[in-house]
Each structure stands twice: as C-alpha cells, then as structure tokens.
Design a protein around this ligand. Sequence first.
Ligand SMILES: [Fe+2]
Ligand SMILES: [Fe+2]
Length: 260
Amino acid sequence: MAPVRLLFVGDVVGSPGRRLLERLLPQLRERYSFDFTVVNGENAAGGLGITEKIARGWLDGLGVDAITLGNHAYRHSDVYDFLDRDSRIVRPANYPKGNPGQGYTVVERDDRRLAVVNLSGTVFLDAARSPFAEIDAILSDLSGRAVHVLVDFHAEATSEKVAMGWYLDGRVTACVGTHTHVPTADARVLPGGTAYITDAGMTGPRGGVIGVERDLAIRRFVTQMPVKFETSGDDPWLNGVVIEAGADGRATSIEQVIVK
Ligand SMILES: [Fe+2]
Ligand SMILES: [Fe+2]
C-alpha cells in the first residue's frame, strides 16, 4: 500500500458553501495533489441536511470520494434511499442500526484504499450507542480491509473529541472533529501516529453565526423567541485539513486549510 494524502473538508453550509467548494477544489487538488477527498455534507442543503442531487453532484461531478454527515443526516427524506444505495456516503455509525445508510465505508482510488468512518458524540447530541464501543467494533470489522482509516467524529464537546483522539491514537490514520463549525488551533499528529484536530471548521459564511444569518441568530438570543433561520451568504471560507500518511497507515502530517 502506497502513502496517502487526503483532504478533509469541514461541514459545507448551504449554497454559499457549495459554490466555494466547487470553485476551490480544483485549485486545492493542484496545490496539494491529494489522493482522496472527503467532505462533510451535513449542512449542504439550505443549511440542514443533504439531498441526493447534491451528494451525486459531489461524488460523480466533483470527484469527491466520500461524504460524511452528522446530526442533520436525516433532515431530507429524499436522501434516505440514496444513503442505503450508495456506499460512498456515510452517516453516524452509532445511530440506531435500522436507520437508513451505513456508518463506515471503504473507498478505493488507484491502488489505494481508505476507510471512512462517521461517528456521533453523545455529549449534547443524541446517539444510540457509545462512539467509543462503536469504533472498537468497526475497527475489528475493518481489520485487513484498509490500512488507512479516517474518522469524522461529529461532536459538540471538545472534551469528548480530545478523549476520542487519544483513544484512537495509533489505531487510525486520522481523527477529525466536526459539528461546531469553528476550526480549532490544535491540529497535530499524536505520538502513536494519528492525525488529530478537535474541529476542522465549516465551509461556509464566516459573516454569520456558525452558518446562520447573523441578525436572525442574534435576535433569537436577544429576544429568546422563535426565529426562522436563514443561511448567511456573508464572507464564505473553506475550512479543512490535509493529512499525509505513510504506507503503514500512520499519519506524518496534518495541515489546516483555511481559504477565503
Ligand atoms: Fe454542521
Ligand atoms: Fe452537526
């Protein structure tokens, strides 16, 4: 198995995020020449969830190898069949077993294989099972099928994400946090060879409040009344990480990608 370089893109938010992804991906591919592209799409459709059309566009049109999701995975029911049919899109593995879709997959490109796992945190988020027990079961199931493993840990609490990073150190190539939409400054390769970041951030409007039009979000906090949220289009940035790993599956570097 050859060394691997991959791009992971944080939660793409609405049409401003999608447009930026479409525009920047070819440039980033040229600059970093990564083998795999994995994109979190849990906010792709109008800020919440993803549709089959968007997912297909990324996978078949943009050259994205795998899509991960999160707590908004099931927002649009039109995607449920697609989640069952297409193995290149994954939803949190520790959701109820009968739910649409799968929680992990193995994608191939040239002579390389990458396992992609999606997990949900349990602090301030609902999941059916512990993500720690879940990843143990997945890794034993995957054994021999892929040397390189990327985990998208979709979680709210930094403590749960840091704990997962240490729990997986030396057992996966990368453990990347998502969901908070704000990139953290702690990207590093842990001593056992796992690339880690608490949150990759979002690909969306920095002029809003984690993707929402800022006046609406502020009004909700100020008035404590229900306010219908709209996706902000103000000042979109792409947030992600580029991870390199050796043939043995251990990460050698993780670099943040933060592009206006
Ligand atoms: Fe998100
Ligand atoms: Fe989320």
